[in-house]
Design a protein around this ligand. Structure first.
Ligand code: NDP
Length: 292
């Protein structure tokens, strides 16, 4: 019986992967005797089944946190929905089937919120994400595998994509504000500023994903989000960013964190203002190398 624990983290070089790495390596999240391996696309292209199998054979993981996904900006998604659909379906199928074949006991994946049909601009990526729940349910029904998924709301933090056109809303706004201040130009925020969002700081998400890997035993996904009352408008977020450093999308997608609260009533989320301040400081300190 293999009693070692080896956790393979796909997508380890991205926003969420870097946060988990910090939680595990810097905050004592790693327990004695555990091995954690953080991977990027340079280690293997997970679209390719042969490379996926070779990777699993090399590390023989007992657990997998599967974060890797092909994600692009709005324009790229609109142009290539088929590519995003096929690549993400392949990545998830390769990882899950290889994990099953090699006896991996737990896989934790990342899905996304879906109520109603996906937005037309990125329906390929979105449908691939939606299949995750179906795949996990099928692996449980047919083989008894306890593979599951988390559903985060809008993630931000160090190592995010800060690109003004293509980045996530908060990080794009941080870059925009920083640039306007640096150049002494006016800050123009498109849209009305009224859409509301639940933001989750990547390090909070990292802590919660490690908890899910260790403790959460359901197959049904769990929403990882701040409470509904902690939703803020884009306008409020800009004000916080503006104070610290000094396109309307989908209008509302409120997620309930009631299930999370039932499991972890005492989990403390980093206050939004503090999390934004830390992200701004990271961005300024790492301006040369940040994705932007
Ligand atoms: P990032 O875009 O920051 O990182 C993506 C990661 O996937 C990178 O490590 C990248 O490697 C890797 N990757 C991409 N393509 C491949 C490939 N073909 N083979 C192997 N690795 C690959 O993503 P996030 O950290 O933001 O997101 C992590 C997960 O969470 C994703 O599944 C995403 O869909 C999901 N999610 C994210 C949300 C958010 O708000 N950020 C919200 C809901 C879900 P490399 O660095 O080498 O390119």
């Amino acid at each position: 019986m293999d009693d070692r624990m080896c956790v393979l983290v796909t997508g380890g070089s991205g926003l969420v992967g870097r946060a988990i790495e910090h939680v595990v390596q810097e905050e004592g999240g790693k327990l004695e005797g555990e091995e954690w391996i953080f991977l990027s696309s340079k280690d293997a292209d997970l679209v390719d089944v042969g490379q996926t199998r070779a990777l699993f054979e090399k590390y023989r993981p007992t657990h997998v946190i599967h974060l890797a996904a092909k994600v692009g900006g709005l324009y790229l998604h609109m142009k290539s929905n088929l590519h995003f659909l096929r690549d993400n379906l392949k990545i998830n199928d390769n990882v899950l089937q290889t994990a099953h074949d090699m006896g991996v006991t737990k896989v934790t994946m990342v899905s996304s919120i879906h109520n109603g049909p996906p937005h037309d601009s990125n329906f390929g990526y979105s449908h691939a994400k939606r299949m995750i729940d179906v795949q996990n349910r099928a692996y449980f029904k047919q083989y008894g595998r306890r593979y599951t998924a988390v559903i985060p709301t809008n993630v931000f933090g160090p190592y995010d994509n800060f690109n003004i056109e293509n980045g996530h809303v908060l990080s794009a706004l941080i870059n925009k504000t920083y640039t306007a201040k640096k150049d002494g130009t006016a800050l123009n925020v498109s849209g009305s500023g009224t859409p509301r969002r639940q933001f989750i700081y990547s390090l909070d998400l990292g802590r919660l994903i490690v908890w899910v890997l260790r403790e959460y035993d359901e197959i049904d996904p769990i929403i990882l989000s701040v409470a509904e009352e902690d939703e803020v408008s884009i306008k409020d977020a800009v004000e916080i960013i503006f104070d610290t450093t000094k396109s309307d999308g989908q209008m509302k997608k409120t997620a309930s964190n009631a299930k999370l609260r039932r499991y972890l009533p005492n989990f403390t989320f980093t206050p939004l203002k503090e999390a934004i301040q830390m992200t701004c400081s990271w961005f300024v300190a790492n301006y040369a190398t940040a994705r932007k």
